[in-house]
Design a protein around this ligand. Structure first.
Ligand SMILES: Cc1cc2nc3c(=O)[nH]c(=O)nc-3n(C[C@H](O)[C@H](O)[C@H](O)COP(=O)(O)O)c2cc1C
Length: 480
């Protein structure tokens, strides 16, 4: 493979793609009114999905995290598919029924503590024999924070400063045991090689930690780090700390632009152009022919956006109940009750200008002759994130991403559980393998090996005379 000059900075496409499955748990996209819908909470659902993904040589099984149930008009949003057991508990159970697939827990830096989370992730990493990863997120709003004793304690602009102190502390905890810390012979004088386990002392703006880590390294050294968060601060944080970004940029041109941006940020941060991999969120609706795939998409969308979902979507912006309106009729003539939208809390619709938006939408729907349901179906159609088509056409499309290095893979949300991955594993994966852009076997046994990630360097540290690791405060903390 040679350099992709379109991306620059010496970036070399790997020519390969990896798949992950993103099990959201709380969402409006998973169909649950089909006769094939399974439970969102039964272990069997998770087991089937993870084992199907493993059959398709997926690198990773991701669990998202939502720290509070979404609310709609001040009440829990009953139309959401909801229910997600604790990620690390679930992944530990999945570790026992899978052998190769990586196990990724989305975990928040705002409401956890580094020593505690690092230990739990180490535990998952050890018991899965080097398959654990952490998807670092910083969701910090006061509404989420109200769930916790620290409700709303962190200024939004500090979320990544705080996250970086967290991640660096965790990395140092994972670095604190030497490789040969545990005696491997029954004739050894002690179970632990003297001096091979160090205390971690950290005294920074966000954390004061005096901790003796309780676990050795795993076979992949330490958990792989994913990051999800798209602000400029989030991107810089990922460029410094992450192995892989779980991005929101799946459309081809957008993916290339994002890659260019991340490569530039990584190089500026002193890392290599290829050091940060990118896997965007995506959805696949596939069939044997393009026509059948379009029909399937119409069916999927009709179940995702039923009459109630269509009205609830508008209610977010109108800030009032609209249940008396006909979902197959025109958009409500009545105006929103608020100037700014009353969002479905936990979703992304922050601060839309509701009146302005209502006028605009009414005009648009009238112009195109769309009913409420048709209009909402169009608005919620994730055009950029959805790959719809025949197995071979979509395989050709993805092969282009691999060739140019626009992405390193895709993190796929199934629209139906637990069977929504079957088409991908049975048909798309073989088509990609034929094109030479998808693995034909797992590269090794650890997630780090599947992704082709190097063994990490030890964190910069100063080892004091007494053998303790004294953490250097990160530069960004000193600047504050
Ligand atoms: C594709 C994608 C998926 C995400 N999934 C989750 C999730 O499951 N749980 C969560 O708390 N945050 C999730 N986030 C991250 C939050 O959006 C992020 O931490 C927050 O928005 C603050 O970061 P930002 O301002 O850089 O976007 C996700 C982000 C992206 C881009």
């Amino acid at each position: 493979m040679s350099e992709n000059s379109e991306i620059g900075n010496g970036f070399i496409p790997s020519g390969q793609l990896q798949f992950g499955v993103f099990f959201q748990g709380v969402n409006s996209g998973t169909i649950w009114k089909s006769q094939d819908s399974g439970s969102q909470t039964d272990f069997e659902t998770f087991r089937t999905l993870a084992q199907t993904a493993e059959r398709g040589l997926f690198a990773a099984f991701f669990l998202g995290e939502g720290l509070r149930l979404r609310e709609h008009l001040g009440r829990p949003h009953t139309l959401d598919v909801a229910g997600r057991p604790d990620a690390q508990t679930m992944l530990a159970a999945l570790a026992a029924v899978t052998t190769k697939i990586g196990l990724v827990a989305t975990q928040n830096t705002t409401y956890n503590d580094p020593a505690h989370l690092a230990h739990r992730l180490s535990s998952l990493d050890l018991l899965s024999a080097g398959r654990a990863a952490w998807n670092v997120v910083t969701t910090d709003n006061a509404w989420t924070g109200a769930n916790f004793r620290r409700g709303g304690y962190l200024d939004h602009e500090d979320r990544y400063t705080h996250a970086e102190a967290f991640v660096e502390t965790a990395k140092r905890i994972w670095d604190s045991w030497d490789d040969d810390a545990i005696a491997d012979s029954e004739t050894a004088a002690a179970w632990q090689t003297p001096g091979s386990v160090r205390r971690v002392l950290h005294d920074g703006q966000h954390y004061r930690v005096d901790y003796t880590p309780r676990l050795p390294r795993s076979s992949q050294y330490r958990p792989v780090l994913f990051q999800a968060g798209d602000s400029p601060e989030g991107r810089d944080f990922a460029a410094r700390q992450a192995d892989v970004i779980f991005s929101a940029h799946p459309a081809y041109d957008d993916a290339l632009t994002f890659r260019r941006d991340i490569v530039a940020r990584a190089v500026k941060a002193g890392r290599g152009a290829n050091d940060v991999q990118i896997m965007p969120a995506s959805e696949f609706i596939l069939a044997a022919t393009a026509g059948e795939a379009q029909e399937k998409k119409a069916w999927v969308r009709s179940l995702q956006i039923g009459p109630q979902q269509a009205l609830a979507y508008l209610e977010q912006f109108w800030g009032r109940e609209l249940s008396s309106y006909d979902p197959d009729g025109p958009l409500p003539e009545i105006d929103p009750v608020v100037a700014e939208t009353s969002e479905t809390r936990g979703s992304g619709f922050h601060g839309a200008k509701a009146r302005q938006l209502a006028d605009q939408w009414r005009a648009e729907a009238k112009d195109k002759g769309l009913s409420i349901r048709q209009f909402v179906t169009g608005k919620t159609n994730r055009v950029d994130a959805t790959f719809t088509g025949s197995y071979t056409d979509v395989a050709d499309t993805l092969a282009r991403y691999a060739r140019t290095g626009a992405v390193d893979g895709f993190n796929i949300s199934p629209w139906l559980v637990p069977t929504g991955l079957d088409d991908i594993v049975n048909h798309l994966v073989p088509a990609l393998q034929e094109r030479g852009v998808y693995p034909t076997e797992y590269a090794g046994t650890t997630l780090r090996e599947h992704l082709g990630l190097p063994v990490p360097q030890r964190s910069p540290e100063t080892i004091a005379d007494d053998g303790e690791i004294r953490l250097e405060l990160a530069v960004h903390q000193q600047q504050l």
